[in-house]
Structure formats: C-alpha cells, structure tokens
Design a protein around this ligand. Structure first.
Ligand SMILES: *Cc1c(COP(=O)(O)O)cnc(C)c1O
Length: 409
C-alpha cells in the first residue's frame, strides 16, 4: 500500500472532522488513547468555568444551581448510550477498582447460595485483586478463582460460581469475549456476569441490555477522554437494583442524603450504587469527553477501528520482522488495539516514544498500539510502522538508554 492510498482513506473517512475537536500536540503520533485519552479542545474552558465561576463564585450553591448533585446520574446516562444501557442503570462514580468491588459484592449477595468469584488468568490485575479482597472480607465464605481463558465456560458448568468477572476487551491482547454468548452460558449455569468495559466503552458498540448483562464497570480516562484519573462508571441492570444492600453503603447512596438519618435506607434505583461525595472537577472534564460521543455513531467508530487495526498488522508484517502478533488477526474478535510481542519490547517502545510515536509496553514482552477512531488517522498508522521499521533496521533501540525502566511503562 502506498502513502497516497493511505491518505485517500483519510480523505474519505467519515470521522475526519472529529479529530479537530481534540488538542493534539505537534510531532506526536498518539497510539495510547486506550490508556489515557487525549485532551478535548473544549475541556480547558469548561474547567475554567467550573473552577472560577461554579466553585470560585457560586460556591456551595452550585450543588443546586449548577446541578452538581446530579452529575453522577447525568453522566451515567450519557455513558449508558454508548454501552447499550437504557437510562437509570449507570452512574459515573469512584474508580473502576472500587466499582468492581461494588459489583462483585452485589452479585455475590444476589447469588448467596454460591461461593466462587471467577475470572481468567491474565485479566487486568485490579479485577483479580478485588476478588481476593472481597473473599477475605466475606470471612472466606467466598473464594476467588482464576482459570485459563479457554476453561472459563467449562468451569461455569460446575454450578458453584456466584459471579463471573471478565474484561470484554482484553487489556493486553485486545481479544474480545462474545458478550451475548458468555452471558447466556453463565446464566444457564446460575452465575451472574460482571463485564469490565475499560477497553470497550467508547471503543466499540456494546449492548448490555440486549445481552441481559447483570453488571458492568469501566474507565472514564481511556477511550472516553475524561482526563487522568477521571471518574469511572458502574452499570447495574434495572432488575437487580432494588434487590441489593450495597456493601459500600455511603451517604450519597442513601434514599435521602440530606435527611441525615441515623439509619441507612438504600436509595432508589441506581442511586444506591453511589457512595461518597462525587469529584466534581473530574466530572466536569469527563462530561466534555462524553458530549463528543453524543453525535458519533459507534458503528462508524467500529468500522474505522477495524480498518486501522488491519492496516497496522499488514504494514508491520510487510515492513518489519521479529515481531509476533499477540492480538486476534480477525478484526471481529479484536477490540480497538493491536499488540505485538518482542523480547526487547520495552527498549523498542522507548525508542519509538522518543521519536514521537507513543504506544505502551506491558510486561513481559507486549508492545501495545491503541487506535482511537475519533482522532487516529490511517496516516498515523503508517508513520508508526515506518518509525518502527527504521528503529529495527538501524538497531537504534539497542542504545542502552532505552533499557532503563521508568515507574510507569
Ligand atoms: C485500566 C483498567 C482498570 C483501571 O482501574 P482503576 O481503578 O481506574 O485504576 C480496571 N480494569 C481494566 C480491565 C482496565 O483496563
């Protein structure tokens, strides 16, 4: 494929104008929006208004006058549109880790006759760690168990799984679970399902309601472009909401927080999955990111994402050697990233970053490239692979400065 052909793909791209909504630094090819999304151009002004007017002048009145108090529900419904959830089932709140805990504890309560919290080996660590924490908090009534990806369905059939927690798009390989099929199989085995959508929300169409999912959680700072440490979200299917006594029964989830009752009375609907005072500054930035999506067709995002991934694989295979594809080759079975393996992956990624091509590295040997169709162009894929090929051909990555590990990879 020639550079002209690649530029023609960008010229015909229905999302070419959405790129203009983002503030992208010159000289950078950013392929890490799956780890930290970029800054929308509207965010600084929105934050400025939030800080100077809403906080600075309106002060505590803003909880009412600027509707701070409803931010978790308002943003939750905007996220719901992206993940196939009817209104009233999602709130923006806390971190993904905390929301994993809320979902696991709720599921194990609803399924109190069963004792296993199940996930796969190699899932994002916080998911497994939260399972261990809840098992311990339960006085070991519950047991955390990880099995190989290929054994999940068979393990369910033993009938003792209370909750199955899976990341729909695997963070390292981008491999996708079939949400409808796995949810159906889990329900048939009497398990409830929690979907971690950290690498799915804003990356591909998700149909939680249609799949009859029970719970879901996900990040605000990846594909949703909500800024570093943005509020996360939790989805609880309407049919379950009234049945759960929240383990994290904070006052913001109370039916009447400003009644200041001595006793906890769980809030109605999704409200009871709130815990403490929401981080309003973070909500402000996240809402700007979410509003960009309100005009975007996720089917168009998906199609472009698959094209970008396919193009990357093809160019890497045509122009480099020594890498092994770690992601599914079939775009239907892949999220919005492509990962390749190399034993010197860390140094190679450092050399790429120094040349302005930003992806990331996941131990022990994965180079990860995220494609965010709202602002990634086909020409960015071409640039990334050209630099990668040059680094490999010139052995530039062997410079010892690239072997020094930073705290965050
Ligand atoms: C990024 C990510 C998280 C992050 O959790 P935090 O609580 O925001 O640190 C959780 N799960 C998965 C699958 C992720 O990819």
């Amino acid at each position: 494929m020639t550079l002209d052909e690649i530029k023609a793909l960008d010229a015909a791209d229905p999302l070419r104008q959405t790129r203009e909504v983002f503030s992208l630094p010159d000289g950078v090819t950013y392929l890490d929006g799956n780890s930290l999304g970029v800054l929308p151009k509207a965010t600084p002004d929105a934050m400025n208004d939030m800080v100077h007017r809403q906080w600075g002048k309106d002060l505590i009145r803003s909880w009412n006058s600027n509707d701070w108090i409803n931010a978790p529900r308002r943003l939750g419904d905007k996220i719901g549109k992206l993940i196939g959830a009817a209104p009233g089932q999602v709130v923006a709140a806390d971190s993904t880790s905390v929301n994993v805990f809320k979902a696991l504890s709720a599921a194990s309560q609803l399924n109190s006759g069963k004792s296993v919290l199940l996930s796969e080996n190699g899932n994002f660590p916080t998911d497994a760690y939260m399972m261990e924490g809840l098992a311990s908090a339960s006085g070991n009534r519950l047991h955390a168990e990880l099995v190989e990806r290929g054994h999940i369905l068979a393990r369910l059939d033993r009938g003792d799984v209370a909750a199955l927690l899976l990341t729909q798009t695997h963070y390292k390989t981008g491999a996708l679970w079939d949400m409808a099929d796995v949810t159906r199989r889990a329900h048939a085995a009497g398990a409830l399902v929690i979907w971690d959508l950290s690498h799915s929300a804003g990356a591909l169409p998700v149909e939680l309601d249609a799949c009859k999912a029970d719970f879901a959680v996900g990040c605000g700072y990846k594909y949703l472009n909500g800024g570093p440490g943005a509020p996360a979200f939790i989805y609880v299917a309407q049919r379950h909401q009234g049945q759960v006594m929240p383990a994290l029964s904070g006052w913001m989830g109370h039916a009447a927080p400003f009644a200041f009752d001595d006793q906890y009375d769980a809030g109605r609907g999704i409200d009871r999955f709130l815990c403490g005072t929401p981080g309003i500054l973070g909500m402000c930035a996240l809402e700007v990111g979410l509003d960009i999506f309100q005009e975007v067709d996720m089917a168009v995002v998906r199609k472009k994402s698959q094209q970008l991934g396919d193009l990357f694989i093809r160019l890497v295979e045509d122009h480099t050697s020594g890498f092994e594809l770690a992601s599914p080759r079939d775009a239907e079975r892949r999220g919005s990233q492509v990962s390749i393996r190399h034993k010197d992956g860390y140094a190679i990624m450092q050399a790429l970053i120094e040349r302005g091509v930003i992806g990331d590295f996941r131990a022990p040997d994965i180079l990860r490239f995220g494609f965010t169709p709202l602002y990634t162009r086909h020409v960015d894929v071409w640039t990334a692979v050209s630099e990668l090929a040059d680094i490999m051909n010139s052995n530039a990555w062997q410079d010892e400065k690239y072997a020094v590990r930073a705290a965050v990879t």
